[in-house]
Every structure is written in C-alpha cells, then in structure tokens.
Design a binder for this molecule. Structure first.
Ligand SMILES: [Ca+2]
Length: 240
C-alpha cells in the first residue's frame, strides 16, 4: 500500500508507531503516519495521499506514493530509543491528536515547549493538497489551550507532564481521550483528557509521580533527575 523510506527500525521502541485515516475519507484521501526517522533520529508526523479505488466499489485496492508526503511536524526529538509515544487518532471534534513520550528524558515532560511528554492537538482540515510541509500556525487549532502562547510548540499542546503515553483511545460518544501512560517498575497510569484541552499533571509533580504515588525506582543512573525536577509530591490528579 505504501513504502515509507527512512523509518528507524534500529531497536528500542522506534519504528512506525501510529496511523490515522482522515475522517472525511474518501473525499479527503489522506493517511497520517507517526514514525521515527533514522537519520538523523527524530519523529515525524506526516500525511500521505491515497489513490486507487477510494470509493471501494471495485477491488478496494488503494495505495500512496511516498512522494506525496506532507509533513505536519518533522522535528520531534528522538535522542533515545525509548519512550516515543506513537498514537495518532482523530477526536470527534475533527482535530488530530498525537501522543509523544518524554524520550527517556524525564525532565522534558515538564518543559511545555520541548515536544516531549505531551499530547498534541493538531488541525489538518485547511492544509493544502499535495506534498509539502506545514508551518506551526497551519496546524494549530484556534481553540487550543495555549493557542495564544509565545512558543509555537506550546500552542499545539493539549496535555503535558506525561512519561510515555504509548497508546490512547477516543471515546466515540463524549470525545474524551483515555490515555495509557506507561509507568516504570511499579505502576501504570491511566489518564482521561476531556476535550478540547486540559493539563493533566501539575508541573511540580511529574515525572516522579505515577498513579498518584511517588515512583518506587529512580531508574537508571543515566536518567537520574537533576535537583530542579525531583518533586515527589504524591498528589492526586485533577482529571480522572
Ligand atoms: Ca525516543
């Protein structure tokens, strides 16, 4: 159906991690992919244009040319092979949600501008057809919580403070996101994000807190937290 060159498959949690079909398919014949790029390592969210039997009245065969790639975001950090998030799903309000891990860098989840440890909320409806790449303003929904922020990365953020929200699902009736945030050794965490937006974790709490309790393991020494983000407050989450 589609061969995507340059996908990183060199171990860890890298690879083709997520995909979504446009809500208005086949009128908008778009496939959205979330994957790690090999060289240099980073994460890309890109749109590809499908062609073929889009109406499904014949063989049903559809395909996409790699040359149709249109980049929504092509600079998400991927410095370590782990914690890459990787779910793409459309919300019932028509925006595209993407989950991004903290890239094995815990403090990054507290940096709202780093594109790590966040759920992004992206607009796709007004992007032009064909190949290309988007400016941040073209993919920023005007009703995002931080749409007026000075930082163009923060404008895309719907939730922050996450560790590795590897998978989430959208409630088809209420539109809420149920997010599985992968924990370390003792606990997993499930968060619920009510659209359009909310901040899940207070900046002082993550990523030392999982499921309302302090982490029981500091993790590998190489990922020890600097003193600036060693908060261990076991505060309950405001959203559930
Ligand atoms: Ca990574």
């Amino acid at each position: 159906m589609l061969s995507v060159p340059g996908v990183a498959i060199d171990g860890g949690e890298r690879g083709l991690l997520g995909l979504a079909v446009d809500l208005e398919f086949p009128q908008r014949p778009y496939l959205y992919l979330y994957y790690d790029v090999a060289a240099p390592h980073h994460i890309r969210i890109a749109r590809y244009t499908l062609s073929g039997d889009l109406a499904g009245t014949g063989s049903g065969a559809v395909s996409a040319d790699a040359a149709s790639r249109y980049d929504l975001i092509d600079d998400i950090p991927d410095q370590t092979a782990e914690h890459n998030g990787g779910t793409l799903r459309f919300g019932i309000e028509g925006v595209l949600y993407a989950s991004i891990g903290e890239d094995g860098t815990p403090c990054a989840a507290q940096d709202s501008t780093s594109l790590r440890g966040v759920i992004l909320r992206l607009s796709t409806r007004t992007l032009p057809p064909g190949p290309g790449s988007a400016f941040r303003a073209q993919i920023t929904p005007l009703d995002n919580l931080f749409a007026a922020a000075a930082d163009s990365n923060l404008r895309l953020v719907a939730a922050l403070g996450l560790r590795n929200p590897f998978r989430f699902q959208v409630d088809p009736h209420f539109g809420s996101l149920v997010i599985g945030d992968v924990g370390d050794n003792a606990r997993e965490e499930i968060d619920v994000l009510y659209p359009p937006i909310a901040v899940l974790d207070a900046p002082a709490a993550p990523p030392r807190v999982e499921a309302g309790s302090a982490r029981t393991s500091a993790g590998p020494t190489s990922r020890a937290l600097p003193s600036a983000c060693t908060a261990t407050t076991a505060a309950p989450y405001p959203a559930s």
